[in-house]
Ligand binder design. Structure first.
Ligand code: NAD
Length: 442
């Protein structure tokens, strides 16, 4: 049998169909200290996780299905749920291999654990990942709606151990399709009682992270500063607006979509704004001599190849998992005298926006606004200052300090429900959700 981890997601879907596998799981078993697969044929996937020390972190459960009608590969990655249900967005993205698909889900889910814990939310960390190019053609609006309905059905089947939301490649309309099949989603449209698109609050939070970095370095306010923004999408575009309000002197942005240049120039006519259209994967913007570099496109952009070219003193953006190698790239940035604001410290506002959706709406909502203010000790600004001060005192990187704090907080149990989602996960596995064997028998 060929190595299934190296297959393309599309070929892997064929592999599953040939074996009549429509759903599977990979669950961490504490007693055995092992990743347990639902099907023996999927042992290579369990082994990949088990033997990996970088992206796998005893994730409580990975649940994958082939969309019953569309055939799309759809997954829910649950990392740690001590603080409550795993929460994080669902991504619809292209992957070269099954390994890439799994690694992205694992990394993103862990990032959500850290982010939710630092934000003080009673939520664990999880992420949804769907592989573009598998199953039916998603460019057909009817198919697309069905893909998201199927994703909602997946959420319902998982009994609430994971609550999904919007992410890269998905829209509020997609969330409405999910919501038509499950209660376990957030970011649904305001017309259905939801909180809508989380990106504008995310941009507001990133601005507060930038302000904390400038304050820590004694560089004053954002007024008159220059900022380079990679990615002018849902977060990057409103970020331009908020920086403009703060009196930023110059902005240079990049994106791979030519249409965004016109749109931004029209939206901010008086601003010194340059937009460069680049190829996918291009990071030439990083060499721009600016005060702040803000990555708001894709992850893993800060690495061995890019860090030597960065001209800014501060890196602060919304993109998840910016460090290519979290074990060494934070140190690499520090050695170059660059202050890196950990993504999971400053990009929390999207998920904060989702967090209170169930509890009713208040405009403005004090529980939401305190994250963006100066008064609450755990606001983005204050927690960032605390992390930066501790990093300076100890000589550790801000990434390391934020990581340790987030890890510690992520182990705290939900005050009312304890580690309930872990029991939900075991219940789903024992119920025969994946067909074939149940957790007890594997
Ligand atoms: P988006 O897809 O709307 O925007 C990303 C933009 O980056 C797109 O316009 C894309 O064309 C562009 N892009 C891709 N590669 C590029 C490159 N090499 N150079 C320049 N531009 C490039 O996504 P978004 O919602 O704005 O999120 C941006 C990042 O922030 C993602 O990593 C996301 O995971 C993270 N994030 C978003 C939120 C949120 O609320 N939307 C919250 C937390 C984290």
């Amino acid at each position: 049998m060929s190595d299934i981890t190296r297959m393309t997601p599309e070929a892997f879907c064929g592999f599953l169909r040939e074996r009549n596998i429509t759903r599977f799981y990979l669950i961490w078993n504490d007693e055995r200290q092992q990743v347990v697969p639902s099907h023996p044929e999927l042992q290579p996937l369990a082994a990949l996780l088990q033997e990996d020390a970088r992206d796998f972190d005893r994730h409580e459960g990975v649940f994958v299905q082939l969309g019953p009608e569309t055939g799309t590969l759809q997954g829910a990655f649950v990392h740690r749920t001590c603080r409550g249900q795993a929460a994080g967005g669902v991504r619809f993205w292209t992957y070269d291999t099954v390994e890439d698909y799994l690694r992205d889900g694992l990394r993103l889910a862990r990032g959500m654990t850290l982010k939710n814990a630092l934000a003080g939310l009673w939520w664990g960390g999880g992420k949804g990942v769907m592989a573009r190019g598998t199953g039916a053609d998603a460019s057909d609006p009817g198919v697309r709606r069905r893909i998201y309905e199927e994703y909602g059905e997946l959420m319902t089947g998982l009994n609430g151990c994971y609550v999904t939301a919007e992410d890269v490649g998905t829209s509020v309309e997609d969330m409405a399709a999910i919501f038509s099949r499950t209660r376990f989603t957030t970011c649904i449209p305001a017309s259905l009682g939801g909180s809508g698109n989380p990106s504008v609050p995310t941009a507001r939070g990133v601005v507060r992270g930038m302000e904390a970095a400038l304050a820590h370095l004694g560089l004053g306010s954002l007024a008159g500063k220059s900022v380079a923004i990679q990615g002018l999408g849902h977060v990057g575009e409103p970020l331009v607006g908020f920086l403009c309000e703060r009196g930023v002197g110059r902005i240079v942005g990049s994106d791979i979509e030519p249409a965004c240049a016109e749109r931004l120039r029209a939206a901010y006519p008086g601003l010194d704004l340059e937009v460069r259209i680049v190829e996918r994967g291009d990071c030439s913007l990083f060499a721009e001599p600016v005060d702040i570099l803000s990555p708001n496109a894709t992850g893993a952009v800060l690495g061995e190849k890019t860090i030597p070219h960065i001209a800014a003193k501060i890196v602060c953006g919304a993109a998840n998992n910016q460090l290519e190698d979290p074990e060494s790239d934070d140190r690499r940035l520090q050695e170059r005298g660059i202050l890196y604001m950990p993504d999971f410290l400053v990009n929390r506002m999207g998920i904060v926006n989702c967090a209170d959706e169930q509890s009713g709406r208040i405009e403005p909502d004090p529980v939401f606004e305190r994250h963006l203010g100066d008064d609450w000790e755990n606001s983005i600004y204050n927690l960032s200052l605390q992390v930066l001060a501790e990093a300076e005192r100890s000589g550790a990187t801000p990434h390391r300090i934020a990581l340790e704090l987030a890890e510690e907080r992520s182990m705290e149990h939900h005050p009312l429900q304890g580690h309930r989602s872990k029991r939900i996960i075991q219940g789903v596995a024992r119920s025969g959700w994946a067909g074939g064997a149940s957790l007890d028998e594997v």
